[in-house]
Design a protein around this ligand. Structure first.
Ligand SMILES: [Zn+2]
Length: 190
């Protein structure tokens, strides 16, 4: 399992989808989850950077877990996901300030993600309810974008959740580029 965390963490970091101490990863193991340590460097994950704690119950390791533990727990409680990737992809975060949702303009993005909702304070989501709202949307979408913050992607495998994150970022980069071109971004791909 360490290898999976290392491979995905390193890929996220080298592709600029997280800052050195940003982002977090987890997998579900029955009633427990294994999650990256608070403040761990995703690009350089070692064995000591993984923390095992309960999905519903705390243990001695709970305070060491990522600060986003609550969101990961909520997703596992409310969906059938077995892995969660949280990242800070720059193009997706940039568009989160100006869009209400992301509809990928490219074939791969549309086939895989269809649509990505953007959670924001304007939607009436209070900070204390953010984890619940992300988990609720994860039942319907593969990736949820939180305005000015980042993405939560859930799947059966860590690599899949990573793949969804990368595809969303590619779609957002394309959307950004299309905005600079004299074409209709709503144009249908063939
Ligand atoms: Zn974050």
């Amino acid at each position: 399992m360490l290898f999976q965390f290392q491979a995905v963490g390193q890929a996220l970091f080298t592709q600029g989808l997280v800052s050195p101490q940003g982002g977090n990863l987890s997998v579900k193991l029955g009633e427990h989850l294994v999650i990256t340590h608070r403040g761990s460097l995703l690009g350089f994950i070692q064995e000591g950077d993984l923390v095992e704690t309960g999905i519903s119950k705390n243990n001695r390791a709970t305070p060491l877990a990522s600060t986003e533990l609550e969101v990961h727990r909520c997703i596992y409680k409310n969906t059938s996901a077995l892995a969660v990737v949280h990242a800070h992809p720059p193009y997706a975060v940039a568009l989160s300030f100006v869009e209400k949702e992301i509809v990928p303009p490219d074939v791969e993005g549309r086939a895989l993600l269809s649509k990505v909702p953007i959670l924001s304070a304007e939607m009436g989501v209070k900070p204390g309810e953010l984890a619940d709202e992300i988990a609720r949307l994860m039942g319907e979408y593969r990736v949820v974008l939180v305005r000015g913050h980042g993405t939560f992607a859930a799947s059966q495998l860590l690599e899949e959740a990573y793949y969804y994150t990368v595809v969303l970022e590619q779609s957002c980069r394309l959307l950004y580029l299309l905005k600079a071109l004299p074409v209709d971004p709503g144009i249908t791909p063939v």
